[in-house]
Design a protein around this ligand. Structure first.
Ligand code: FAD
Length: 711
């Protein structure tokens, strides 16, 4: 008799016990009288299974298949990517700033978000780091690396099926967890334009088929075969990106640059640093790559780090040799040593695409006929004869001359072009020992910096305050409040001379990729506007330029000439005392001289600077110290004018055929924003010549317009 047959006689309550329960263990059924011990058989397989067991197994399989289907089809949670934000990994658990992969420490943080119990079981391959920053703010208990990570849900389940339940339970949380069916996959400009060209070609083919004409791919409607001739003036980021877009879209581009190619420019800058020879056309402001070539190469920008346009620029820089880390690093920077080879590659690409590049060729004038721009007049800077210029005819001219081309502003004014004075900022460049800044920012973790070779980044800072000055001058109202902020901070960098004229002196900062020098410098500036210019007797559209010049000349005199920079200890500047005895050493190579920098500016500006510096010390205790040295003067923070242009076409509102772009025209304030502006301008000009038929905003998003904002 079978065992089941015996069970028929058991009370029904006991029979309700599942016989298919777990098997190879024994359990006891208590009968009213004598205990009845049942020994379960070993697990049945195959044909030995009971029908109920088979049914249950079928159900289980069905569920498994359904789950698989859910992953395959539109089971949202298992489709696409989950973006996990603010994953904070303590320094001790992170491999350090240069590691951009998925570490065990990061897996631990991911496991916490997923509520997955064993972090080490999570396969690193299912995750990719989108952003890595270092957060040493005082509100944190300890400094941490903060990550944004993308999780490929289907890959994760495939590699570790036990995560299924956890992903299934995962819910989006504002600012912390986000689900995306598709990841933004931004390419470089070469790919973007190649896609545009495909659309363009197929449109032309369709059109020629419709009209029955024999128009072939690549023909231009307005030019019946001839390419539009476009001149780009200036090879800074805006001019380079504009040239790039136009050349890729098929224009005949000539790039005029008053300065030299990076190889010669490097030698000219070397001669300046060693022999005090300032080449008027090849220096820290003029030459291939523009003002940002001998710089810190910070690629931070306020126009939206994750925007398509910024990503397109960064990806293009990677294409030309920038490290991929700039796509992930929270505060990407290149450093001069990386910028120089990158620009060489950029140049080769432009030449390869038919761009004519004229280095040492300064554009002196515009050729205008019947109110329309028809060309330009350019001269060879090495030829000192009085008549060395040449006239060139162009269909359009992109003016990308930067903020130091004061002669160009003057020339535009002589043609009655509208120039609008614009607010900007002036101040001084402060330099501290880098170790002090490391300590202020990181305290005990400062030992991890190790001059750029350690685990944590060389410390930087950014401070901003709104200051009100008491001594209100009733007639000018110059005692009004103004913004004061640090700007262009160069950790592990050096102070450099950015004058473009020997009788004017102004400074800025640069650094190499490692940021290994023993100094940290930054501009400390306050905003200035029309009333400040008037108070120094500077009037008209170029009042801001005159105001800059006035301060630069005064700084040159204070320094005593020969590019010697006037300096003052921060403590003495605040106390209005001369720093007479043993001033701290400076990274500035051409020499410094103690001076009363508090007399350099009108009193209301000095007072605003003094106040704000004291306020910065509240945020960064130790910032005001005898060791901190102020250098004069910082004037070229952004352009002092704006050249009005049409928001759609980028064409000047006062001269048809002219396209003002970049920082010099008042539409950018740093390397990335200038490159983005040049890129949009390139598309706009291409569109006006039918080289581009699409809608750039659908590819790169809406263009941002910048004015006072730096970077
Ligand atoms: C020392 C220094 C450090 C900096 N560090 C950073 C940084 O770390 N990060 C950042 O984002 N920004 C930095 N900047 C600012 C940044 O360099 C500029 O915002 C950016 O280069 C502006 O780009 P642009 O193309 O508009 O103009 P520019 O880069 O100024 O380029 C203009 C070009 O036009 C040429 N030109 C001018 N007039 C004529 C003419 N008549 N004929 C032919 N050519 C002409 C010039 O020689 C120049 O090469 C720094 C600037 C300096 C000076």
């Amino acid at each position: 008799m079978s065992f089941l047959h015996h069970l028929k006689f058991l009370p029904s309550t006991l029979l309700s016990l599942s016989l298919n329960h777990e098997f190879s263990r024994s359990f006891t059924l208590r009968l009213p009288a004598t205990p009845f011990r049942i020994l379960c058989a070993a697990k049945r397989t195959g044909k030995q299974r009971y029908p109920s067991e088979k049914k249950k197994l079928k159900l289980k399989l069905k569920l498994k298949l359904k789950q698989k289907d859910t992953l395959k089809v539109a089971g949202n949670k298992f489709h696409g990517f989950w973006r996990l934000f603010k994953l904070a990994v303590p320094v001790c658990k992170d491999p350090g700033k240069d590691f951009l992969g998925v570490s065990d420490g990061l897996l631990e943080e991911i496991a916490k978000v997923l509520e997955f119990p064993v972090a080490s079981m999570l396969p690193a391959e299912a995750f990719s780091v989108v952003r890595k920053s270092f957060d040493a703010r005082k509100i944190m208990k300890e400094p941490k690396f903060v990550y944004t990570v993308d999780m490929d849900a289907s890959k994760l389940v495939e590699l570790e099926p036990r995560t299924w339940d956890f992903i299934n339970r995962l819910e989006p949380a504002n600012g912390l967890v986000e689900h995306m069916l598709h990841r933004k996959c931004s390419g470089d400009l070469i790919n973007i334009i190649s896609d545009c060209n495909k659309v363009h070609d197929s449109t032309l083919l369709r059109e020629s088929a419709g009209t029955g004409s024999s128009g072939s791919v690549g023909q231009y409607k307005n030019y019946s075969g001839a390419k539009p001739k476009i001149a780009v003036v200036g090879s800074g980021p805006s001019g380079l990106f504009a040239s790039f877009v136009l050349a890729e879209l098929g224009a005949d581009v000539t790039l005029f640059e008053r300065g030299q190619a990076v190889e010669q420019r490097g030698r000219d800058i070397g001669a300046l640093a060693v022999r005090r020879i300032l080449q008027l056309e090849s220096n820290f402001c003029f030459g291939e790559g523009g003002a940002g070539t001998w710089s810190d190469g910070k690629l931070v920008t306020r126009i939206g780090r994750n925007s398509e346009s910024v990503l397109a620029v960064l990806n293009t820089l990677v294409h030309f040799g920038a490290p991929e880390s700039i796509l992930v690093d929270g505060k990407p920077h290149l450093g001069t040593d990386r910028l120089v080879p990158l620009l060489r590659n950029f140049r080769q690409h432009l030449l390869h695409h038919g761009v004519t590049i004229k280095f040492g060729s300064r554009v002196d004038d515009l050729l205008i006929e019947n109110g329309k721009l028809i060309g330009l007049k350019a001269s060879d800077v090495s030829d000192r004869s009085p008549i060395n210029y040449q006239n060139y005819k162009y269909d359009a001219i992109i003016l990308a001359v930067g903020h130091s081309a004061r002669d160009v502003y003057q020339m535009l004014l002589s043609h009655n072009l509208e120039l609008i004075p614009k607010d900007f900022a002036v101040g001084l460049r402060v330099e501290h020992p880098q170790e002090l800044i490391n300590y202020i920012q990181y305290s005990k973790f400062s030992s991890e910096v190790q001059r750029g070779r350690g685990k944590v980044p060389v410390a930087d800072y950014k401070v901003a305050k709104y200051v009100r000055v008491n001594d209100v001058n009733a007639s000018t109202n110059l005692g009004i409040g103004r913004s004061s902020y640090s700007f262009c901070m160069c950790p592990g960098g050096q102070v450099v001379l950015t004058s473009t004229n020997p009788s004017e002196l102004c400074v800025n900062g640069m650094s190499f990729s490692r940021r290994a020098s023993k100094w940290a410098n930054a501009a400390l500036v306050v905003t200035v506007s029309g009333k400040d210019f008037e108070a120094l007797n500077c009037h008209g559209p170029l009042a801001g330029v005159d105001f800059q010049r006035e301060l630069e000349r005064k700084a040159a005199i204070m320094g005593g000439g020969n590019f010697i920079v006037p300096v003052q200890r921060v403590t003495d500047f605040i106390g209005k005392k001369t720093s007479v005895t043993d001033i701290p050493s400076s990274s500035y190579r051409l020499g410094v001289r103690a001076a009363n920098l508090h007399d350099l500016f009108p009193s209301h500006i000095t007072e605003a600077l003094q106040r704000s510096i004291s306020m910065f010390d509240e945020e960064l205790p130790g910032f005001v110290t005898k060791e901190a040295l102020l250098h004069g003067v910082e004037t070229r923070t952004s352009a002092p004018i704006q050249i009005p242009r049409d928001a759609e076409t980028y064409e000047s509102t006062s001269l048809s055929g002219l396209y003002p772009v970049g920082e010099g025209a008042g539409y950018a304030g740093g390397i990335v924003s200038a490159a983005v502006d040049g890129m949009y301008a390139g598309f706009a000009v291409a569109k006006s010549f039918n080289l581009f038929l699409g809608d750039v905003e659908s590819i790169l998003g809406r263009a941002h317009s910048m004015s006072v904002v730096n970077y």
